[in-house]
Write a protein that binds this ligand. Sequence first.
Ligand SMILES: Nc1ncnc2c1ncn2[C@@H]1O[C@H](COP(=O)(O)OP(=O)(O)OP(=O)(O)O)[C@@H](O)[C@H]1O
Length: 251
Amino acid sequence: MSNVQPLKAESIHLSYGTLQVLKGVSLTVNASEGVVLLGANGCGKSSLMRVLNGLERPQQGSVEVFGKPVTGARGSGLRAIRRQMGYVFQQFNLVPQLSAFQNVLLGLLGQRPFGLIGCMSPLASAEDRERAMACLERVGMSDRAMHRPAELSGGQQQRVAIARMLMQSPTIVIADEPVASLDPRAGRQVLELLWEIVRERQLSMLCTLHQVELAREFADRIVGIKAGATALDAPAETIELSAINALYETA
Ligand SMILES: Nc1ncnc2c1ncn2[C@@H]1O[C@H](COP(=O)(O)OP(=O)(O)OP(=O)(O)O)[C@@H](O)[C@H]1O
């Protein structure tokens, strides 16, 4: 089990109609590794992430999560694979009508009977509520537990979203431009927090970013996509800035 990679995609081809987006992308995320995925706008990073969790079916290629095939998986098998993955999105995706605390409890969705109702605060167990508070505490937001998203800054909302992801107890974190909506200072703080949590819990993470400097600073490994293929894949400290800049140059 120990040498089975958390995430492994091989030779992914994905088209939307006649638009060929991915033309043979391969990518691996090893245990306890934080990989940053780079590439120009529209190169297919978000599409690849949807392929990785089975939301999008590639025309060719395979995806495995801890050795289990995602491509071809359906129903409860696919849901079991997805439960291992926690998400952080650019737009936070918090439910506006709910408090930070209730939003964090929603991280249990899919893990408790009775779906949404089963993880709402009046019905959640004392243990689940305690865990939700501990997750909020970990991201420095316990004093804002009863605030709704509109009453929080972007950085604070993303912290709540990270707490919700923690509530899910994932082994793999998928972060799609987690700091794109934040100013540079808040963005750096959120990224520091995210990486700290990933390291302390020995999670594996695939994170897309548009900030090259942050990618070089935080990533264990950087994977770059250009023209639908993997153009770069190396430990962050070995990569020259020019190799990264080349990902953004038009042919
Ligand atoms: N559901 C879809 N149907 C048709 N085309 C799509 C769909 N999703 C994405 N595309 C197209 O596929 C290409 C890749 O999009 P994608 O969002 O994966 O890129 P990205 O690298 O994540 O971009 P960005 O950095 O701007 O977020 C784009 O040309 C986009 O317009």
